[in-house]
Design a protein. Sequence first.
Length: 209
Amino acid sequence: MRTLGIGPAELSALIGVSKGAVTHWTNGTNQAGGKRLLALAAVLECSPSWLIAGEGPMLGAASESNVEGEAAAVKDGIVPVVGMAQLGTNGYFEALDFPVGHGDGYIQIYSGDPNAYALKVVGDSMQPRIRSGEFVLIEPNRGFVSGDEVLVKTVDGRSMIKVFMYRRDGEYRLLSVNDAHPPTTLQEAEIEIIHPVGAILKGSRYVEL
């Protein structure tokens, strides 16, 4: 703020929060999260992950060399971790959801989906594709096609990560991530939501609140 010559009143106006909220951020009483953290990072021209942890590159975007051509800009961002995927029999898990606007830390990754969220994986029923301690990025607003991994929640409370094969005559055909488990067929009426998996991420991407 000092470097850019931005005072608390101006910062609060730019982000759309109260001056008191900015005061809490600057004195360490509170921490910005979600969209406010991203807005704060954009205004202050720095990385959201740097604002959270004070570690890593301060700049909001870094450059990497491609195999060919000019360097490409890498977008910086964060996604909230909103639950834990406890894997078990048949690859099911229970997602321990947090209220909207809250989460159990963040994953350092950019997502074009403003409603993206992440789940921590515990258990080994999806190895070697997904290992215990890793995170899955879920992007509910992105489309998916045959062969994509999806998070499926059923109306009777089951949750699972499967490979979407096809939807036909009101039925969804799903393959298990782990070959040891058989394919699954679910009626459309049985399914509450299907959200595509955008990425599988190592634990090193996690930033604790």
